[in-house]
Write a protein that binds this ligand. Structure first.
Ligand code: HOZ
Length: 433
């Protein structure tokens, strides 16, 4: 349960902010409680408005891979801010970040910076339409690529959490330009290409889904999408907003040895500041204004403070690797211990769950079979998840407040944090049994 100070703030917030929050899942509605208002965060922990500490597995929904308030990132932000917070003009840091992103993800020859992952995905798909001269987009049921109108079709995450498949306010004509297929179902995508192939501009996918809970791709699925796109003249767009710099320094593309025509990035790439990016083949990016006819712009794009945070975060990830302490091995070890421990805690308590994990993204699904698509995820016992979430929060462990959002751990989560989590989980599973 949230504390008295948070409850008072939430009551005030609801008078001025719809639902009391600026992003729906944060309202904690689907877990039957009220949000903890955060006053500060450090390392693996956040501190609620009343001073209570929670072990954090949200990590700002992905960006905080180094842990909260990493001193090097904070220094970079403070130093950058002293020089001014926005110019609406090019800076050296934008060039440095563009170079670093292209170096990390070799399929990106050029990149354009935005202010959010939503903008990156929306712009990447406008670019795909402009490049191919085609209008249809294929996305997967339960995948979320931000809240642009045409992407709020069978989107997971917040919409799934609120129990609505699609958003009101999206004209039917717009929604019709988006075709959907079940995740991990290559045959369904092939069928879409057979019916509408000449009109399909792009296929966009979360390579490891984080927005219906953590759902990995089955072997051959991503490779098959890439081949289909190439054979049918569509662009393959990999949404690495969550997976970029998280599953490997080169993201899911490095981990699964695949290549996108266009990649979208956000979260870690901005080091916890508002920043997104989309990039890819230079012949495709050459269609963007001012080089080409596809318009895209933004006053805060490539913001000097956000680029400083992004650069500092990527530098830390690279430095740790150079020091011999591979950050991704550390994240993997923590993840493996959490995965095994959570599975065992649920088994001992007799609670049927499926724990799915890729690196430092994971979910405890309250269902007893594998979750490979939105149909599987939607069969979870969300009421029981809600009770589990509350039981964990009462024990100081802050999980994403939705069955359909992946948890993330950081480089600050170590054996002590794993132990704390598993102790809480043993009790919480027993409580919800
Ligand atoms: N559904 C969003 C993440 N997948 C929530 C973001 C937020 O509330 O900040």
């Amino acid at each position: 349960m949230s504390d008295d100070v948070s409850r008072a703030l939430f009551a005030r917030a609801q008078k001025r902010i719809p639902g009391g929050v600026n992003s729906p899942v944060r309202a904690f509605r689907s877990v039957g409680s009220e949000p903890v208002f955060v006053r500060k965060a450090e390392g693996a922990y956040i501190e609620g408005a009343d001073g209570k500490r929670y072990l954090d597995y949200v990590g700002s929904w992905g960006p905080m891979i180094l842990g909260h308030a990493h001193p090097k990132v904070i220094d970079a932000i403070v130093q950058a801010a002293r020089d001014g917070t926005s110019y609406g003009a090019p800076t050296e840091r934008e060039v440095l970040l563009a170079e670093a992103l292209c170096e990390a993800v070799p399929s990106m020859q050029m990149v354009r910076l935005t202010s959010s992952g939503t903008e990156a995905c929306m712009s990447a798909l406008r670019l795909a339409r402009g490049f191919t001269g085609r209008s249809l987009i294929v996305k997967f049921q339960g995948c979320y690529h931000g809240h642009a109108d045409f992407l709020l079709v069978k989107a997971g995450s917040g919409l799934a959490t609120m129990g609505v498949p699609d958003s009101a306010g999206v004209p039917q004509a717009v929604a019709q330009a988006t075709l959907t297929a079940p995740f991990n179902d290559l045959a369904a995508v092939r069928a879409l290409f057979d019916q509408r192939g000449d009109d399909i501009a792009a296929v966009i996918v979360e390579p490891v889904v984080g927005n219906m809970g953590c759902v990995p791709p089955e072997p051959g699925f991503l490779e098959g999408l890439s081949e289909l796109c190439r054979a049918r003249g569509a662009l393959f767009v990999i949404d690495e907003v969550m997976t970029g710099f998280r599953l490997a320094y080169g993201g899911a593309q490095e981990r699964y040895k695949i290549s996108a025509d266009v990649t979208t990035l956000g979260k870690i790439a901005g080091g916890g500041m508002p920043l997104g990016a989309f990039g890819g083949r230079s012949d495709v990016l050459a269609k963007l204004a001012p080089l080409g006819p596809v318009y895209q712009a933004g006053t805060l794009s490539g913001n000097p403070v956000a680029t400083a945070a992004g650069l500092a975060t990527l530098a830390q990830l690279r430095e740790r690797t150079a020091d011999g302490g591979d950050p991704y091995e550390h994240l993997e070890a923590t993840g493996a211990a959490l995965e095994a421990g959570l599975r065992e805690a649920a088994r001992s308590a007799g609670v049927p769950v499926t724990v799915q994990r890729v690196g430092s993204m994971w979910t405890v699904f309250f269902t007893d079979g594998p979750v490979r698509s939105w149909d599987d995820a939607s069969r979870c016992d969300t009421a029981k998840f809600g009770r589990f979430h509350r039981a964990m929060l009462n024990r100081g462990v802050y999980l994403p407040p939705s069955q359909f959002e992946a948890a993330f751990h950081s480089l600050c989560h170590g054996p002590g944090e794993v132990e704390l989590t598993l102790r809480a989980a043993r009790e919480a599973f027993a409580e919800v049994r």
